[in-house]
Design a protein around this ligand. Structure first.
Ligand code: TEU
Length: 585
């Protein structure tokens, strides 16, 4: 039918280039390292590779601070290396998608250097400059109370001594926000897209694209977080008044001229109408977005992300069904992801990452991801079940600017309070972005085969047992049991073979209120499947099978050999973290 699109069926693999593979021994991953692993990705079942930013950057925020959009950072290689990568990707019938970070630039971008040089700069208003405010005691204050996103203790505004004004820097002071209200800025962005699409890439992941339009009154945010001087201002900068206008321009003037995959990162927004405006089949904005609901499941609602919040399977089901319905009933499209470079490892977050249960947990999540509707994104290391950094690591091992800011906030707020320091360490181990950024574990040689030098970030201690080589060579750890990697490979195959069901088919969540089991039906005119996932470490009996009859259990995360003997209707007894996929009669 006309609903079929290559970008809906694609399996996208996200590479975090600094931590993927280092080919020259400097401890930092690079483009030639990626090229070396294309066969590994092809073999896994990957169709599209998304690269986190490799552009020229001072790396204040790991390349999400770009100093030159049309050049590569020398630490990653050269433009010639990228051209070669594109060629080798195409040779294998895959596609490349790059990260587009245009809400802000680096403070070292030529545009910002010029803009900050003087109030009279011809491009002063390419960024967002405001005069200071003064409080009753005559102290200088930022123009409003918005908090920095990657340093919640700080203001989103940065004071510039030379020109005596503040500039808006929502993420960090090193990442000044562009002023999209200025049409010249929008033209410059259009040119960046043309530059890369013309070089042969197939689309973009658009970083915080829904933050580009700010409410121009720059109103103070409501006070929702007691202990903080600054407050989340997303009401005034997420999905602002001109977002849809500018996305439509981008689509009309650039994207519609190429055959692209576009995915917009859209934090803070849950409103379904707002989402459909971007991704609805008729909207002519973007193909799909990244919604944050599933990865925010363990945050205290409304609070900053470094909080801990209990959740159960019924919470997860509400989120999943809502996103599935958005696609299937409202003719939108969405992406499926449980990991990326900003999130802890999924096996640690949603399941049990102990040695006893890690493999079951990773495979359970694979069963979920490969049987839902949406474009599927797999993050490097997810396919081998990599887990969070160990609890034993001290703060000095965390390299992310957000983590560093958070530790500092706790040190400043609670200087002599060991309990609070311990809480900070616990939260970091659960939530920090660093867990996604440890080097990819290729094999059991020193530094996990990531580098022959000293890695920029410490390799997870578990690499001797958790690595790609072990899972490839020993794809059957014991009779009837396959490795996490082999399970993913099978899952991706099965998804593609049955794309009428898993990509395009209908969806029904079963048993919405059950607090342990996630179960849903997927079907097309040809076939029907059921996925049953025990999201708990206990044995449970799931009773809803009375109304359904399984013709054959086709996959499970325990031992393939006992799928035959499982109940096909009535009650299903599920072991801890057990997941099953069945073909329905
Ligand atoms: O992230 C934007 C974003 O809002 C969140 O993912 C945020 O980084 C996270 O909640 C903090 O824990 C994007 C990039 O993915 C991220 O790496 C960048 O730091 C950020 O934009 C700024 O470019």
């Amino acid at each position: 039918t006309d609903k079929h699109r290559w970008w809906k069926e694609a399996v996208v693999y996200q590479i975090y280039p600094a931590s993927f593979l280092d080919s020259n021994g400097d401890g930092w991953g690079d483009v030639p390292g990626i090229t070396q692993k294309l066969d590994y990705l092809k073999d896994l079942g990957v169709d599209v590779i998304w690269l986190s930013p490799i552009y020229k950057s001072p790396q204040a925020d790991m390349g999400y601070d770009i100093a030159d959009y049309e050049d590569i950072d020398p630490s990653y290689g050269t433009l010639a290396d990228v051209d070669n990568l594109i060629k080798e990707i195409k040779k294998r019938d895959m596609k490349l998608v790059m990260d587009l970070v245009v809400n802000h630039t680096s403070e070292e971008h030529a545009w910002f250097l010029d803009s900050r040089s003087s109030k009279d700069s011809a491009i002063r208003d390419w960024y967002i400059w405001k005069p200071a405010k003064y409080d009753a005691d005559g102290n200088r204050q930022p123009p409003n109370n918005w908090a920095q996103i990657l340093g919640e203790a700080n203001s989103a505004w940065t004071w510039d001594e030379k020109t005596q004004e503040y500039y808006l820097s929502l993420f960090t002071p090193e990442q000044p926000d562009l002023n999209w209200e200025n049409p010249a800025v929008r033209d410059a962005v259009h040119n960046i897209l043309h530059f890369w699409l013309g070089r042969g890439i197939s689309g973009f992941r658009m970083d915080v694209i829904n933050l580009i339009s700010k409410v121009q009154t720059f109103t103070d945010a409501d006070i929702v977080i007691k202990d903080n001087k600054y407050q989340p201002g997303d009401k005034y900068y997420a999905n602002g008044p001109r977002l849809h206008e500018w996305l439509k321009d981008l689509n009309r003037d650039v994207l519609s001229k190429y055959d692209t995959l576009t995915v917009g990162e859209m934090p803070f927004v849950r409103d379904e109408d707002e989402i459909i405006k971007v991704v609805g089949a008729q909207s002519e904005e973007l193909n799909m977005i990244f919604s944050f609901d599933l990865v925010d499941i363990d945050n205290v609602p409304g609070d900053f992300k470094f909080t801990l919040h209990e959740w159960d399977a019924s919470d997860l089901k509400k989120i999943v069904s809502r996103l599935q319905r958005l696609m299937l009933e409202r003719d939108g499209w969405n992406s499926l992801f449980v990991e990326n470079h900003d999130q802890p490892r999924s096996v640690s977050r949603y399941t049990d990452d102990s040695d006893e249960w890690r493999e079951h947990g990773a495979k359970l999540l694979c069963l979920m991801q490969t049987t839902l509707a949406g474009t599927l994104y797999v993050y490097q290391g997810e396919e081998i079940g990599m887990r969070n950094v160990p609890k034993s690591w001290g703060p000095e091992e965390y390299k992310d600017i957000e983590s560093i800011n958070f530790f500092k906030k706790y040190r400043d707020l609670y200087p002599n309070n060991p309990d609070k320091q311990a809480l900070a360490a616990k939260i970091m181990q659960r939530k920090a972005r660093d867990s996604a950024r440890t080097p990819m574990q290729w094999d059991s040689s020193p530094q996990a085969g990531f580098t022959s030098g000293k890695p920029w970030m410490r390799v997870n201690d578990d690499y001797p047992t958790i690595n790609a080589a072990a899972q490839l060579s020993n794809s059957k750890p014991s009779p009837g049991v396959v490795s996490v990697h082999a399970f993913w490979k099978r899952g991706l195959d099965c998804r593609k073979e049955n794309k009428d069901v898993f990509v395009y088919g209908d969806f029904e969540m079963l048993d919405m209120d059950d607090k342990e089991v996630v179960a849903y039906r997927r079907w097309s005119e040809k076939n029907a499947f059921i996925t049953v996932l025990n999201l708990s470490g206990e044995k449970v009996t799931w009773e809803r099978m009375a109304e359904l009859k399984v013709q054959k259990w086709v996959a499970g995360n325990y031992d393939d050999r006992d799928l035959e003997g499982r109940a096909k209707s009535g009650k299903v007894e599920l072991r801890p973290w057990e997941g099953l996929l069945g073909m329905l009669e």
